[in-house]
Design a binder for this molecule. Structure first.
Ligand SMILES: C[S@@+](CC[C@H](N)C(=O)[O-])C[C@H]1O[C@@H](n2cnc3c(N)ncnc32)[C@H](O)[C@@H]1O
Length: 311
């Protein structure tokens, strides 16, 4: 089933139209996050919210320039969608928030008065391109892991366990225990996560300046939601969260202001092949890996870039 709802709001004297696309429990809004949250999303309706907003670092997202006049202006804007996310979050729900390292202190101080911050996570990645020469270059992005009710929330520890290296790999015995036993072979990840950034050669690559890896979202969605739960993403970009939610049998609500990126969501999440008479195709890449018989080899993230994190 597919239907489209048209809404409108005033901004800077222009009428901007919000469109809604929906199919099999997955909703996509083309519109402003704050406006859609306020007017369209019922209170306590999301089980998991993943927010990866513009970071105020000057990136270009088609028609949107990610730069506020000051840190304070950026924080004032962010506080509005944080309040809305708290309203739409289920009482047992979880909120993950990302932003730049420099903006995170503003968000952290605001959120900690309203929710319980369970973990401050660093998503660490590999370096490529130009590195800082006169200071320590940024090699991670921070995430807050927050809940409304610290006594009752979803955390599926078994679903996200990783290999425990040190003691277990060497089959060491832990003699500190009453009955000495071998070290555990698995553990729950700590708060420093390693996942490679999305690269051009990966199958999941889309044409967007800050696409997040599916592996990162997979950990978050598996840990903090169950099958059938609603995963909300107010700044969807390439719709990574919704695509992973769909693969993991969750429902999704995703908002994005740029039509160019909404087309990615229509293809990636709703499986549509066409939009306004335009064919919706994955990015055409000049580079294709082939085996010795000339057959195309799939670039699975794990194969080339070790995406299944052990950290
Ligand atoms: C950091 S990116 C999100 C990337 C996404 N997590 C992914 O994996 O592709 C932020 C996105 O927010 C969108 N955006 C900026 N302002 C917005 C607004 N007011 N409402 C909705 N989306 C907005 C941008 O177009 C951009 O795609």
């Amino acid at each position: 089933m597919l239907y489209i709802v048209m809404l409108a709001w005033q901004e800077k004297n222009e009428v901007i139209v919000t469109k809604k696309f929906e199919e099999n429990g997955h909703q996509i809004y083309l519109g402003d996050a704050l406006e859609v949250l306020k007017t369209e999303i019922p209170s306590e309706s999301a089980d998991l919210i993943f927010v990866d907003p513009p970071y105020n670092i000057g990136k270009r997202f088609v028609d949107f320039h990610d730069k506020w006049p000051s840190d304070e202006e950026y924080a004032k804007w962010a506080y509005q969608w944080i309040d809305e996310c708290i309203r739409v979050l289920n009482p047992r729900g979880t909120l993950y928030v990302m932003t730049s390292t420099q903006a995170m202190p503003y968000l952290d101080l605001y959120i900690r008065k309203r929710l319980t911050i369970l973990s401050r996570i660093a998503w660490r990645y590999d370096s490529s391109g130009v590195q800082a020469k006169k200071y320590y270059g940024s090699m991670y992005e921070p995430l807050l892991h927050c809940v409304k009710n610290a006594a009752e929330y979803t955390f599926n520890a078994d679903a996200i366990k990783i290999k425990a290296k040190t003691g277990a790999q060497r089959k060491l015995i832990d003699y500190r225990k009453a009955i000495p036993t071998q070290y555990n072979t698995e553990k729950i990840p700590g708060n420093v996560w390693y996942f490679p950034r999305v690269r051009y050669r990966m199958d999941e690559y889309e044409n967007h300046p800050s696409q997040k890896p599916e592996a990162l979202l997979e950990r978050i969605i598996k840990a903090s939601s169950n099958e059938g739960d609603v995963v909300l993403d107010p700044f969807a970009g390439t719709f990574t969260s919704a695509a992973v939610a769909k693969r993991l049998r969750r429902m999704s609500v995703a908002i994005e202001s740029q039509e160019e990126y909404v087309k990615i969501g229509l293809r990636r999440v709703l499986g549509r092949h066409e939009y306004k008479s335009e064919k919706l195709l994955p990015p055409i890449k000049s580079y294709v890996r082939r085996n010795e018989n000339g057959k195309r080899i799939k670039n699975t993230t794990g194969e080339l870039f070790h995406a299944s994190s052990q950290a």
